[in-house]
Design a protein around this ligand. Structure first.
Ligand SMILES: [Zn+2]
Length: 640
């Protein structure tokens, strides 16, 4: 999903198909189930509540002018334990009028907690298959980002859904369990004849009913799908199609646009026609190439990666790239818990960046800098989501999306290009994970196998830990070309004392340059190297491989002896600042502030050390760069 607040700065821009008789489909379904019936045994994680879903037949009647839904949900499942009652999630705004076992009515209770309990006629043994049908209707109350909505976006009468993360229950009786992907679905949407209706998979038929005043749109999907990726939208769409050639395959893409936006939609369809072959070349062919891809406009401001049918709040290059990427990362392989949401959102964000790197290179440097600037605008925050009930944190653009994306970029830097992309492909094609779910440890395992590296330390710092490093480089070069260099690092957050990273530096003068990568393992580490030219400047991380804050590169006449390094915060400072001494410093310390020429600017005798820090009254200092020393440690302060 992409929230409207995340939208990038680059805004670029059916008639009835052949009738297919689904109800030879009963046979189809049995045959299909036999072929795929063991799939759940291979899955990663176990379905909850004593049953494993195989198929939903979803019949819905919707008028986009009215906030109301009526329908039936028939669920085929296998008991995974002795099962006498079935549990579904269904919001209390939905009125259940009947539950059927074949044609026999069953007894159910629908509590104020939104749990629907259904008594089975006889308990099922583990491994037994059965099905039930829930008949219901209601005016969905909507939650989250608008789980079920009707409205008039751009003056068009429209209905749409957006169930991620917990909103499917608002509009249909379902099982909100990430570990129980539904193996296949058939969706029958009855809508007024003037409208098109979209859902997941392939549009099999459009059948006029009720004297031609309504039409039933039958959508059929034959891949495992998570509950939150099932969706519907209804509007008087302008419909068009594009053929996208892939290696060994051709994918039909359907574009459903509000009529006044069709021109923009066509431009973005052209963009997707480049993005899909690019992703396929990097990560394997589009995962649903045997069916189709589609994108449909909806009334929410962002985008949502409904499986095989993205919903688009507007038509832009980066939004299309992000949602398309989710078909691999999010839909084919879905995060196994919401704590791991970066496996969906970090990847989708990063892949939209890769589109710039490969297809529109002029935007790539600025894209990376924009991600880092937002990530480091605050000193804290982890990629891992610790409170998954906090939807604002779950979908934090800064942490789950941008930091997730740049942590992937750093993994690419640490592992190397070929190992990183091989590890990602192996992750997507792992039979335990493909069309199923993954934890962060699964991605780590594939990157470790491909690279031969142990990434425990990296993941502790960058997935679980908070904050980011800032660097100070002090360097000098003698007449013979020998460079002496000392690399300091301060962490913006106490959860990570030190970030071990390969740090790139580019030495240059007007005509020559050389990139050096330092294996930085300790604060204040010294390095010696030789250059065949006299450098006049050094750039730290010139190609933006790293998430770093305020970095300083200082050319010094000769390198000072290694000493302790203090952290100043905030840095740069506009008002007063704090000097963190760290270690075991306590009591009082004399503070000396000098400028870069070594001239004393301020002496503060006997300042109290509280919680290993000293308050610095520097609000009145002129803008500039200062060295602050106390108790044998020192730091560099940028004053604004
Ligand atoms: Zn997303």
């Amino acid at each position: 999903m992409r929230h409207p607040a995340l939208l990038g700065t680059l805004l670029l821009a059916l008639g009835a198909t052949a009738q297919v008789a689904w109800d030879k489909g009963v046979l189809d379904e049995l045959a299909w189930r036999e072929r795929h019936g063991t799939e759940h045994l291979l899955r990663h994680g176990s379905p909850t509540w004593g049953y494993d879903l195989h198929h939903h037949r979803l019949e819905w009647s919707i008028d986009p002018a009215v906030n109301f839904i009526s329908g039936t949900v028939r669920s085929h499942f296998t008991a995974t334990a002795v099962l006498s009652t079935l549990r579904f999630d269904a919001d209390t705004a939905l009125h259940v009028s009947a539950v059927l076992h074949g044609t026999d009515p069953l007894i159910w209770t629908h509590g104020t907690d939104g749990i629907l309990w259904i008594d089975l006629p006889t308990p099922l043994a583990p491994g037994a298959m059965d099905s039930v049908t829930v008949v219901y209707s209601g005016a969905p109350s909507g939650s989250g980002f608008g789980s079920f909505a009707v409205g008039n976006p751009l003056g068009n009468t429209a209905q749409w859904t957006l169930s991620e993360p917990y909103g499917a229950r608002d509009w249909w009786p379902c099982k909100q369990d990430l570990h129980d992907k539904i193996d296949s679905i058939d969706v029958f949407l009855t809508v007024p004849a003037a409208y098109e209706a979209v859902s997941n998979g392939v549009l099999m038929s459009v059948t006029p009913v009720n004297g031609g005043t309504q039409r039933i749109h039958h959508w059929r999907h034959r891949h495992p799908i998570a509950y939150y990726l099932i969706a519907t939208a209804v509007c008087d769409y302008t419909v068009s199609q594009t053929q996208i050639p892939l290696v060994g395959d051709t994918v039909t893409m359907w574009t459903y646009a509000y009529p006044q936006d069709d021109y923009l939609a066509q431009l973005v369809a052209g963009d997707v026609a480049q993005q899909m072959p690019f992703y396929s070349s990097r990560f394997g062919n589009y995962p649903f190439a045997d069916e189709q891809y589609g994108h449909a406009q909806f009334g929410w401001g962002g985008g949502m990666e409904h499986q095989t049918m993205t919903f688009m709040g507007g038509w832009s290059y980066e939004l299309a790239a992000h949602e398309l990427a989710h078909q691999w990362f999010g839909d084919k392989v879905t995060c196994a818990s919401w704590q791991d949401l970066w496996l969906n959102e970090g990847f989708a964000t990063y892949l939209s960046g890769l589109c710039y790197e490969t297809l529109a290179a002029q935007y790539w440097p600025g894209w990376k800098l924009a991600q880092v600037a937002d990530i480091t605008s605050l000193p804290d925050g982890s990629v891992r989501v610790s409170d998954t009930t906090d939807i604002a944190r779950l979908f934090s653009a800064r942490l789950t999306y941008r930091k997730g994306a740049m942590v992937l970029h750093m993994l690419r830097w640490v592992c190397g290009d070929s190992a990183f992309f091989a590890g990602c492909r192996n992750y997507l094609n792992d039979p335990q994970l493909a069309y199923s779910n993954a934890h962060t440890s699964d991605l780590q395992g594939h990157l470790e196998a491909a690279s031969g590296l142990d990434l425990d330390g990296f993941m502790a710092d960058w997935y679980i830990g908070e904050g980011h490093p800032s660097y100070t480089v002090e360097w000098s070069q003698d007449a013979g070309g020998n460079v002496s260099l000392q690399l300091f690092q301060s962490s913006s957050h106490p959860s990570v004392a030190f970030f071990e990273l390969p740090v790139p530096l580019r030495f240059k003068n007007g005509t020559q340059d050389s990139l050096v990568v330092l294996d930085h393992t300790a604060d204040g580490q010294t390095f010696g190297l030789w250059l065949p030219f006299q450098a006049d400047s050094v750039l730290l991380d010139p190609d933006t491989w790293l998430i770093t804050g305020q970095n300083l590169v200082l050319r010094v006449p000769t390198l000072a002896a290694t000493d302790g390094r203090a952290v100043l915060y905030p840095n740069p400072a506009e008002g007063d600042a704090l000097l963190y001494l760290g270690g075991t410093h306590q009591g009082h310390a004399d503070v000396r502030i000098t400028d870069l020429h070594g001239r004393s600017v301020r002496v503060l005798p006997a300042r109290p050390i509280t919680d290993r820090r000293i308050a610095l009254p520097v609000a009145d200092l002129a803008a500039g760069v200062y060295v602050v020393e106390a108790d044998g440690v020192r730091g560099v302060l940028v004053k604004r």
